[in-house]
Design a binder for this molecule. Structure first.
Ligand code: R5P
Length: 310
């Protein structure tokens, strides 16, 4: 097995390598003066099972291009099998046409990765499970829920908590967590009138006197979470904590969350934390490296990955 890392999240790649006790393959990814990407794999990968670890996070296009070029380099170096390990699959939110004459960019990106030469994809908490079908190659979609449930179990009592989906689209994810915790479920009915803005409409379910555990796949601007926290507290919730897999946290999101009424935001390390996240008072990071590492190891050994979740 060979583990190759792009530049998007070297800390996670190192942690996965440590978990597997396999060193990262020597490789340089650098830029020419005009910012074209150049890649050189500095070890033989002929006939190897190669896992390329790269989240297509900010700057999304650069990191996507790095991934494509790394795949191309390994393919031309006769890697036997190439798995694109994308802890965070950027562009996933563009999974349907929101209006006429708009693209389905998630499908385009899936095509690019496949045509570059990937044989498999390994990812985590896809924005919508059906994005797996955008890839015509085997795609494993892992879930961060077991990692979050362990943390939640240490900090919350199911009898005084309620699991909350911050929008209708996330109900299936939240219901799954509520069921595993034995806690009730509430839903924030949110309408987004314009891209980049979110508006809370009302709360479905009883949150009065309860600790709310919000769960979602992505926190980007933080607008959804902060608005939902305000609405839940206005309905009598005692406190609101959010567990979100992918901390995209663009622009002023960290400052917005720090100044918000959210007690805590817990994200995973699918996207490398910025300094602002690291020093933030109410943002904490859980590592999914052992989960991803285990899935990589099982894929290499042709063992079941889905059984990680039963
Ligand atoms: C939307 O469907 C996603 O699940 C997230 O709720 C959304 O991407 C969060 O975005 P923001 O933090 O910008 O409100």
């Amino acid at each position: 097995m060979k583990l190759v890392s792009g530049n998007s999240n070297p800390a996670l790649a190192e942690a996965i390598a440590t978990y597997l006790n396999v060193p990262l393959t020597k490789c340089v990814v650098r830029r020419f003066a005009d910012m074209e990407i150049f890649v050189e794999i500095q070890e033989n990968v002929r006939g190897e099972d190669v896992f390329i670890i790269q989240s297509t996070s900010f700057p999304a296009n650069d990191h996507l291009m790095e991934l494509l070029i790394l795949i191309d380099a390994v393919r031309r170096a006769s890697g036997r099998r190439i798995t694109a390990v994308m802890p965070y699959f950027g562009y996933a939110r563009q999974d349907r046409k929101p209006g006429p004459r708009t693209p389905i960019s998630a499908k385009l990106v899936a095509n690019l990765i496949t045509h570059a030469g990937a044989d498999r994809v390994l990812t985590l908490d896809l924005h919508a499970g059906q994005i797996q079908g955008f890839f015509d190659i085997p795609t494993d979609n892992l879930f961060a829920a077991p990692v979050m449930i362990r943390d939640i179990g240490d900090k919350f009592d199911a009898n005084s908590s309620v699991v909350v989906s911050p929008d209708v689209g996330g109900v299936v994810r939240a219901r799954g967590l509520a069921k595993r915790m034995g806690a009730p479920l509430a839903i924030v009915d949110k309408r987004r009138e314009r891209a980049g803005e979110s508006e809370v409409m009302h709360i479905i379910g009883d949150v009065e006197g309860k600790s709310c555990i919000m769960i979602d796949d992505i926190v980007d601007s933080g607008g959804t979470l902060c608005n939902a926290a305000d609405a839940l507290l206005a309905q009598g919730a005692t406190d609101v904590t959010a567990y979100i897999t992918h901390g995209v946290l663009s622009g002023g999101a960290v400052a917005r969350i720090t100044a918000s009424k959210l007690k805590n935001l817990i994200i995973t390390d699918t996207i490398q934390a910025t300094e602002a996240i690291r020093v933030s008072k109410n943002i904490r990071v859980l590592s999914i490296a052992p989960l991803m590492g285990e899935a990589v190891g099982r894929t290499a050994a042709e063992k079941s990955v889905s059984s990680l979740f039963y």
